[in-house]
Design a protein around this ligand. Structure first.
Ligand SMILES: Nc1ncnc2c1ncn2[C@@H]1O[C@H](COP(=O)(O)OP(=O)(O)OP(=O)(O)O)[C@@H](O)[C@H]1O
Ligand code: SF4
Ligand SMILES: [Mg+2]
Length: 379
């Protein structure tokens, strides 16, 4: 699935800021400190993704779907099993680590664990400035004050001498973002940057990220399990399920007209104060074991629309609207009657037989409630 660039009208001749092609990561399974021979965790499987220049792309999925593994490969903190990464259109070679780290920085979920408790904020910001070099026109103090100002921590003097435990969660995350900005990156990979923060301060961090894109032209990957916040912040949403990319497209379209039943599941689980009906797909089991994931569509044991073909063949990415793709056989036009036969599925959570799906290929995914939050709310 690589059509996300089209969403932002990236000119064909302008290479995306960052691109993943067929990235795969298999981890060896360890038991009691030993590697279990032949057993692999299929954490990320054949993902192609484009981060358009100065765009915000959200990667959404539930816990264990492979979001962090994908982000860590893009940050080159771990080596892909296969696949390649392109920065500004050029394939990234194994050796160019320092130059890559300048261009691509990662912000982690838990700023407490990424900031050393024995060092103050001034130290945390001075270090990357020293390692990667100041721009020469400013003193260290000015550069640190400038960084803190960019993340709305001012006056700087109030923060530089403080230690991480003396700051609030939101302030710590702002410091973590400032530290990432110290090397003047063009791409920020933010892995669940608000999930450990109080709901009341999440919006401030999301707006900070939006401002960095707006004012500084940063390209941002926003990793989250919360599809409502993805809709709020991102231009494009890419949905992951069990290590695979199953839907991508403009944020409003993916949340208003999801092409994949799993995206519907995520939306039905998103907080929605206006909901009067209970979520329709909840209770349909848990994600699969990634050591031996199901064949065909990995969602088929949980899918109420599963057909014979779903258990047999992995669905290709099918374009359902300009820039919007869903990897689901429901959108295929040329299935045979045998392929379209409803598959008897078992509700994994209860063990109860849920009976056949809705019948031969209904050709479309039923309507669902849209996620909460909207781009218009951004301020
Ligand atoms: N170093 C590792 N060794 C073995 N398995 C791993 C390793 N890192 C991740 N995994 C496995 O890979 C799968 C994907 O993990 P990952 O952390 O990428 O998911 P995630 O979508 O980020 O989840 P969460 O929302 O909980 O952060 C999981 O099954 C996880 O247990
Ligand atoms: S209809 Fe088939 S391909 Fe589509 S999500 Fe369900 S199981 Fe997967
Ligand atoms: Mg994660």
């Amino acid at each position: 699935m690589t059509s996300v660039a089209a969403v932002l009208d990236t000119p064909a001749q302008q290479a995306p800021a960052l691109e993943a092609r067929h990235l795969t990561k298999h981890f060896p399974v360890r038991a009691g400190g030993l590697v279990a021979r032949g057993a692999l965790v299929h954490a990320v499987e054949d993902i192609s993704l484009i981060l358009p220049r100065s765009g915000i792309t959200a990667v959404v999925g539930e816990s264990g779907s492979g979001k962090s593994t994908l982000a860590r490969m893009l940050a080159r903190l771990i080596t892909p099993t296969s696949g390649s990464i392109f920065l500004d259109g050029a394939e990234v070679r194994a050796r160019a680590r320092r130059g890559y780290a300048r261009a691509v920085q990662m912000v982690l979920q838990d700023p407490f664990s990424s900031l050393n408790p024995v060092h103050n904020i001034g130290y945390h910001l001075a270090r990357p400035l020293k390692v990667h070099g100041l721009d020469g026109s400013r003193s260290m103090d000015e550069a640190i004050a400038g960084l803190l100002d960019r993340v709305s921590l001012s006056p700087a003097g109030q923060f530089t001498g403080k230690f991480p435990h003396e700051l609030s969660g939101g302030q710590r995350q702002r410091v973590a973002i400032a530290r990432a900005l110290a090397v003047r990156p063009r791409i920020l990979l933010a892995d669940e940057p608000v999930s450990m923060l109080d709901v009341s301060i999440r919006l401030g961090i999301l707006n900070l990220l939006a401002g960095l894109r707006e004012n500084d032209g940063l390209t941002i990957l926003y990793v989250t399990h919360d599809i409502a916040s993805a809709r709020y912040l991102a231009d494009v949403i890419a949905v992951m399920y069990a290590g695979q990319l199953i839907e991508s497209g403009p944020a409003a379209r993916v949340t208003d007209e999801p092409a994949h039943p799993y995206t519907q599941l995520l939306l039905s689980a998103a907080p929605d104060p206006d909901r009067t009906q209970p979520p329709s797909l909840l209770g349909r089991g848990a994600p699969p074991n990634l050591i031996s994931p199901p064949g065909g569509c990995r969602f088929h044991p949980r899918c109420p629309h599963a057909m014979a073909v779903c258990a047999a063949e992995r669905p290709p990415a099918i374009t359902v609207a300009p820039g919007h793709e869903g990897a689901c056989w429901l959108h295929a036009r040329d299935l045979t009657a045998a392929q379209s036969l409803p598959l008897k599925t078992t509700d994994v959570s209860t063990g109860a037989d849920t009976g056949p799906g809705p019948g031969p290929n209904p050709g479309r995914v039923p309507d669902t409630e849209p996620g909460t939050g909207s781009r218009e709310e951004k301020s």
